[in-house]
Design a binder for this molecule. Structure first.
Ligand SMILES: [Mn+2]
Length: 319
């Protein structure tokens, strides 16, 4: 892949490297970032692992070196590497880094780096990192492998999405050979649920509303629901995926009240391109999973009305 060698040369020359991933990180963001960490340490680099979100999602706390992640940028460093981040503003930092390598797999990536390694065909950013390691004959140790594998599992919905192909399973097999125990990762990711999350799901599912012949589903999460149940932001992560699973639904939309406005999460099942809708409203993402934040907007029914035309058009994809 273009840029692999150039990026590795740049890394070799750097002495203090900052790794960073997008705010409100998911398994792929932190997994890819922490997957790179042992590689650079073995190269005797000074490494600072940054994410501007505080606190970090605790369901990922089993990732090796999770405790090294800080929300503070060092005063000086010579190279920054970003992971899984579609645009510069999603890094949550103000100043431009001295040099930036941008590893990602979002189609909508704005190529904000000095070197951009964007592979929209990769199932996860961690697959891009895995390919980068392979291309440069870099060994992947167990700690790296756990992180890269976790990123792959979370970004493919446990190997269920269209992005899953022979290469994904080959990477998974390689990660297992590097020491990953898949049952351990699954237990850490999926068997440590919180009661508050289930209580929130009950409330959110109660608001599900279908339209467009059942092809579109809306689900709402209000601040009040969050407060009553004691749920936290990351407890809302899987709601929209479950709503998409309803039989006739092609597009699921979650509307969530946020500090800044309404956060939209969009998922499609087989044919609709929701990244287009997200981009139209100032967000971004993938064809089957995208999001946007409508700043200063707090009226759910108004937003639903506004989206309906776009959604109607998008679900016309059926043959
Ligand atoms: Mn990703």
């Amino acid at each position: 892949m273009e840029g692999f060698k150039e990026a590795f040369d740049k890394i070799k020359k750097a002495s203090h490297i900052v790794l960073i991933s997008h705010i409100n990180p998911d398994g792929d963001a932190l997994g890819s970032e922490l997957g790179m960490y042992p590689i650079l340490k073995r190269m005797n680099k000074k490494v600072t692992v940054v994410n501007k979100t505080k606190p970090l999602p605790d369901y990922l706390d089993f990732l090796p070196n999770f405790e090294k992640v800080t929300d503070k940028l060092p005063k000086s460093y010579d190279l920054m590497i970003s992971f899984d981040c579609g645009s510069f503003d999603r890094l949550g930092i103000e100043e431009k880094p001295p040099f930036l390598i941008n590893f990602d797999h979002h189609v909508s990536n704005t190529r904000y780096g000095d070197i951009n390694i964007i592979d929209p065909n990769a199932a996860s950013t961690s697959e891009v990192i895995y390919n980068f390691a392979k291309a440069n004959n870099i060994e992947i140790d167990k700690d790296s492998a756990i992180c890269l594998y976790t990123a792959l599992v979370t970004d493919t919905g446990s190997f269920q999405y269209e992005s899953v192909n022979d290469k994904v399973f080959e990477m998974a097999a390689e990660m297992v050979r590097c020491g990953v125990k898949p049952d351990f990762v699954s237990r850490m990711l999926f068997q440590r649920d919180r009661l508050s999350r289930l209580r929130l799901l009950a409330k959110a599912y109660d608001t599900i509303e279908l339209c467009c012949d059942g092809r579109v589903a809306f689900v709402e999460v209000t601040r009040e629901m969050m407060e009553i149940t004691g749920a936290i932001k990351e407890d809302t992560d899987t709601i929209v995926n479950s709503v998409r699973a309803i039989e006739p639904v092609e597009i699921a939309v979650m509307l969530r009240e946020d500090e800044e406005g309404i956060k939209l999460s969009l998922r499609s099942k087989t044919c609709a391109d929701v990244s287009k809708i997200a981009v139209k409203y100032g967000g971004g993402g993938h064809i089957r999973a995208a999001g946007a934040t409508l700043k200063g907007e707090f009226d759910f029914s108004k937003v639903k009305k506004m989206l309906k035309e776009d959604l109607k058009e998008a679900v016309e994809c059926r043959e």
